[in-house]
Design a binder for this molecule. Structure first.
Ligand SMILES: [Zn+2]
Length: 391
């Protein structure tokens, strides 16, 4: 029996505990702006990490939940392993009550079930199995970071994640595995741009000519901005939010666009951002309307380097042993793994269980994928401890 087969058997015994802890975690509302909910999730996970011998530190992030750093010094002379997870979801307060954790055959569902509550719980149990087996002794340390603001781009956590990544030799990120086994070896850059217009309000009946419409000024930008995209080449500019106006009979004095940007690499992202600025500056409008732009690329691209390819090859080897499909994927979405990869740290992402329709009300995890995916993760950690990762 290979070691990975043994880990699979041990994780199978943990599956009821994994499902029970996933259920408790999913049933707590923990949208990025729900600090107390995020902290309640961290209480559960931090408690388990403490039980495994980790030193757990929590740093409050104003307006959000805590940043949790859990560290275990193993005394080996080998690699320093960084595991990245997040406790927040995209869902507002009240969603867990109307859409609680539920299991239907091979599916579990609920807010954040696969992005990424089950994933973190799976990883904690993989660590439990490996520590009980004495399989991590060759590592210098394991650090688990639980981020409270990932779903809004980790604006308050980026510096902390980068500081930890600089101290790490490899990074494993727990975003969901794609249907059919896709593991992420690279990501594009992601940007968020906010464009706000201020016009002049006036009554549409008695003083129309005194008004200058902020909505009209921004509406003229939507077509040209979206035309900057080139989706087959991984470039897009999408107006996700358009707001404006105060009353039907009033010329709108304010309007706002939230623009999502995607680019295959950082240089293409800078070019796209410059083009966005040009559209905003050069599109003709009533001179009484002022338009401001803020934001930019919040997630750098995650380049695929040799260290990441070596990690992927190991994941494929373990997948083959388990009969679990593994293929490489370059995603257009961002994640915290991008911060580590950009610093040159070998990084693999998409190491959670197989998840369908992520961030929709149909999000669900394949229960039968939890043990094989947890085993691939365990195999990577054990391989790092055994010195099989040389980069
Ligand atoms: Zn996520």
């Amino acid at each position: 029996m290979t070691k990975v087969t043994r880990y699979a058997g041990l994780l199978e015994r943990e599956l009821p505990a994994i499902l029970a802890m996933a259920e408790r975690s999913v049933n707590l509302d923990s949208g990025s702006y729900l600090a107390s909910g995020v902290n309640a999730v961290i209480d559960i996970w931090g408690g388990m990490l403490r039980g495994l011998g980790f030193a757990v530190e929590r740093t409050p992030l104003p307006g959000f939940g805590d940043q949790m750093t859990a560290r275990l010094a193993l005394g080996g002379s080998g690699k320093r392993l960084l595991v990245l997870g997040h406790a927040d979801t995209v869902w507002p307060a009240g969603v867990a009550a109307e859409w609680p954790f539920a299991r239907d055959g091979d599916r579990i569902t609920g807010p954040g079930v696969g992005d990424m509550k089950t994933n973190v719980v799976m990883a904690l149990h993989a660590l439990k199995v490996l520590l009980a087996e004495g399989a991590l002794g060759g590592l210098a340390s394991v650090t688990v970071l639980i981020v409270p603001d990932e779903e809004i781009g980790s604006p308050g956590s980026r510096a902390w994640i980068e500081a930890e990544a600089m101290q790490a030799d490899l990074c494993l990120t727990l975003e969901p595995c794609r249907p059919n086994g896709g593991i992420v070896i690279g990501r594009g850059a992601v940007g968020a741009v906010y464009i706000a217009a201020t016009g002049v309000t006036a009554h549409c009946g008695s003083a129309l000519e005194k008004g200058a419409s902020a909505v009209r000024a921004l509406a003229a930008l939507v077509g040209p901005l979206e035309a900057l995209g080139d989706p087959p080449n991984g470039l897009s500019a999408t107006v996700g939010i358009f707001k404006g106006g105060e009353a039907r009979q009033v010329v709108p004095g304010s309007a706002e666009i939230h623009l999502d940007l995607r680019a295959p690499d950082d240089a293409a992202g800078e070019t796209l951002l410059a083009a966005v600025r040009r559209v905003v500056e050069t599109t003709p409008r009533d001179p009484r309307v002022t338009v401001g732009l803020r934001g930019g690329f919040t997630r750098p691209a995650f380049p695929t380097h040799a260290g990441t390819e070596a990690l992927f090859a190991l994941a494929q080897e373990f997948g083959a042993t388990l009969g679990a499909p593994v293929f490489a994927l370059v995603s257009r979405g961002g994640s915290d793994g991008s911060f580590a990869a950009r610093l040159g740290v070998p990084t693999l992402d998409g190491l959670g269980p197989i998840t369908h329709e992520t961030c929709s009300r149909r999000e669900h995890v394949e229960v039968s994928s939890i043990v094989p995916r947890g085993t691939i993760l365990a195999g990577l950690m054990a391989a790092a401890a055994a010195g099989r990762i040389t980069r």
